[in-house]
Design a protein around this ligand. Sequence first.
Ligand code: JFZ
Length: 414
Amino acid sequence: MLLTLAQAPDAVPAERAAARQWYSDARFGMFIHWGVYSQLGQGEWVMQNRSIAVADYEWLASQFNPVKFDAKTWVALAKAAGMKYITITSRHHDGFSMFATKATRYNIVDWTPFQRDPLRELAEECRKQGIKLFFYYSQLDWHHPDYFPRGQTGRGSGRLEVGDWPKYLDFMDAQLTELLTNYGSLGGIWFDGMWDKPDADWRLAQTYALIHKLQPAALIVPNHHQAPLPGEDVQTFEQDLPGANTAGFNTKTIGGLPLETSLTMNDSWGFNLTDHHYKSTRELIHYLVRAAGYGANLLLNIGPRPDGTIPPEAEARLKEIGGWMATYGESIYGTRAGPIAPRSWGVTTARGDTVFVHVLDWNDPTLALPVLAGTWKAKSWDGKPLPLTQGFTLTLPTASDASDRVIVLIKQKG
Ligand code: JFZ
């Protein structure tokens, strides 16, 4: 036996390879930023932005009581939107655990009048409604005394300038063990915050191995804005399509892993009382379709209110996107990036011998495509044949008010 043969760098066990495939097929997920910070209605960075001291934030945490939280409603909304998974903040940079944990009393069950574990309720509902659940987990902590030496943030929280870094890493591994043990089978863990201390030893290999030991099919999705590291399963981009960097902190290097891009619906992740700057449903559909054209999932965010309800602007848009997906989902789910690279007019997605041409921003009745090898026929979404010249000029159906005109190209056999 050739035991010395090195494994291919991206060789992963079968169950994880299958999970990656499922993930790429899913194409559309719901991101949820929700926590103690939601009460102040200024986004999830409010502790940092207003230099709130640990003691004052602890009092705020003791007031959190989202009595209207209903897991069934949240999961049903994700389903109605056509989403296949939910990624929710189990613990954000404020360090407050939104789940039952023995690693710290600073958690929703032990610290608040609410006393319920919303993640457990969500996990049960997700199982019932056939949605996969991922936990966002912040590696950065503005509250924990052992998050020391400090990084670029968390310096206004009034903590003593001492702490035991390995102890903090043990704390994270203990919490991750709970998350991967007490909530059934997870989609995976979405990490964020390493960028706060880029040069620290995060003991990543140990933590990633722990996760994959506890749940071999759980995916690791790191938001560290670098090219993928060993053990990671998805490359995620924030507020940008893969390869673009309008946000200023994304890498342009695209590795070979499944791709995702996360996006706010307005300009905030956590609930923001005054931010009504919502993207239109048409813009959101375009983003979802463009992401698919790059071969990436869209993780679209909502910031529920502190009482557990979802802002009506977000709910309305999700339902409208769901209406679109109910008709056109076949051109998105289970597809990969199409043979024509993304263009300003739109993108292509593909499954087998079928290519979906998504015409997003184009007002002319004809559209010249790059020539594809082989013989192809074109039809409109409702199955009417469309003229396609040898030079690959397409005559488009009228209906320019539609968010996306999806043209189907089918490769002819022989
Ligand atoms: C991070 C979080 O800080 C944010 O609160 C939210 O959860 C988002 C999805 O992820 O956002 C970042 C992370 C890093 C930078 C900017 C935003 N950065 O390095 O500039």
